[in-house]
Design a protein around this ligand. Sequence first.
Ligand SMILES: Nc1ncnc2c1ncn2[C@@H]1O[C@H](COP(=O)(O)OP(=O)(O)OP(=O)(O)O)[C@@H](O)[C@H]1O
Ligand SMILES: [Mg+2]
Length: 617
Amino acid sequence: MSGPIKLAAGVSWPLQLATETLLIVGKRGSGKSSTATRIAEQLIRARVRVCVIDPVDVWWGMKAGANGRRDGGLSVVVFGGSHRDLPLEPSGGVVVADAIVDQRINAVISIRGWSNRDKARFVADFAERLYNRNREALHLVCEEAHEVMPQEPYKGEEEMLGRMLRLQKLGRSSGIGLTSVTQRPASLNKNATTQAEILIAHRVLGPQDVDAVKGWIKYHDDVGKTAEVLSGLATLKTGEAWVWAPDFPNDEPLGLRRVQVLKPETFDSRATVVAGKKRSEPRSLASVDLAALREKMQESIARAAADDPRELRLALGLEKTAHAQTTRQLALEIRAKERAIAERPAPAPPRPTLKGTHVRRLERAAAKLDAAASVAQTTAEAILAAVRSGRSLPETPSGARPETAPDGRRAAPEPAGRVERGGNGSAGAYGRRLAVGPGSAKPAGAGKQAPLRTDGELSLRPESAGGSAISGGEQAMLDALAMLDHRMISVDRNVLASWLGVHPNGGRFNRSLKRLRALGFVTADGSPELTERGRVAAHLPRETGIEGLLDAAPETRAIVDALRDAPPVIGYSRDQLGEKLGVHPNGGRFNRALRRLRKMGVVPKRGGIVLTESANR
Ligand SMILES: Nc1ncnc2c1ncn2[C@@H]1O[C@H](COP(=O)(O)OP(=O)(O)OP(=O)(O)O)[C@@H](O)[C@H]1O
Ligand SMILES: [Mg+2]
């Protein structure tokens, strides 16, 4: 086995190691960080970018040679910590990730002494941005990995944990590999432990930690060497380790080896402090073109600042180290810019460009609205007259029901005198509800009469979004909720996200949901459901039933199409459906699409594959 990443005698790995996931465990002082440093150095020398999240503040040593001189040091930018090139703030996750992606730098992110809250905020933003933007090989080392992927997260750490686990699980598609280093494998999240593809186990003694190693082995061992490894764990010398790579490299897997890991080639900033002995520190560290980097980062900060004045404070921090003079200047600019942002008028809505067909459709819609409005007015007058004269409401107010609703669908007959329809999810309930008075927020129960104001004032007008402009994404979320309600599918975050084709932990999804909740379009907590106000703002697609599903992704659409002919109730088996579609029944895309349809409630969760009643509704 050969390759540029030389870990020990007889263990040299190819560059593909960059996108693998590794787990390095061992008790204090057993050599974990040295092993991780050795791997990082070799990757950097082979021109693969490396980034280290360092809660211990020891990784700056890579910037000097083993003898403490700058010649042997590597080009690494240290953010934060005692040897920082650039300062670091909890709000800087996005900017630092951008610098790594855009400026192709190696980075050490030193977060020693940060509160859990600051750490969680930085790492969550950083991991999300890296996952979304990185596309070239990058290896991320998490020193004391249980701090960013804890088995039992504190309140506020859940987002960080979720995003880090996603990075570990799915990062390969973004070019990202990950090494978790921990002396407490029992405290590292079980998903992080079992998902690691390569295990490097230094000396481990604690029974709980031995159990965590056992957990990994149970998951990966196909050679029956568990007993041999476990019995040897306590006897390993410093720097010695069991290296276990059952599937790497692909063509010639390493399998299991007991090796002495080679010493790192850069400065040992991890050396144990000996009482009474002064530690020598390198005088100068490898230089990076910081001025250029700072300038590039300022550009990215300026971009971020347009949306978020908080990021400007990071800019301030950056300048502080460089020139105190410029800092004052920058502070003035920041204040001016924050003021300008606060005073900035809302951007004018884009002017629509209409084609002839659009104009004709609008004209038709306007004519229908005209007709509907005049019917509504007649209804209002009849009801008003009845309320004022104390008479009972007429059976059917003259001309009160439009034959066709404004959106072209036929409206269902309603009980006499009802002006508001029940919120039971029928197609007619969205987008053209007539609200009685501004306070009628609750849906009228089926068969009950809608509340009327008793002061004789009666307003009949379609409820609108109340002037709160909502984005395209938020509208899509409202529309999806309307669709789910219409199809009577019980909704939770996962179901909603699968209808929208996004991840339930994604930033945009969360932001949209939060905003819709704040605006009162979606219930404030619990499963997201449309409020009365939300129902009015939502639109049901013109096509419901199976047709309404057909604008989903091609794979899901192909499955829905194929299922139209499936035998009722029994449906197809996975193999039969695969055969119909001409794909392998275990193919990745096919499986993903099927899983999504099951989540959406379009196909039953278990059993034969067939369209549910909800799909046809
Ligand atoms: N492969 C090695 N070859 C030679 N010496 C080593 C090796 N690995 C570690 N050492 C020595 O052991 C010391 C401690 O190693 P290291 O800091 O890597 O251990 P650790 O397991 O990360 O410890 P901690 O849990 O305290 O972070 C190093 O400073 C170095 O002197
Ligand atoms: Mg260490």
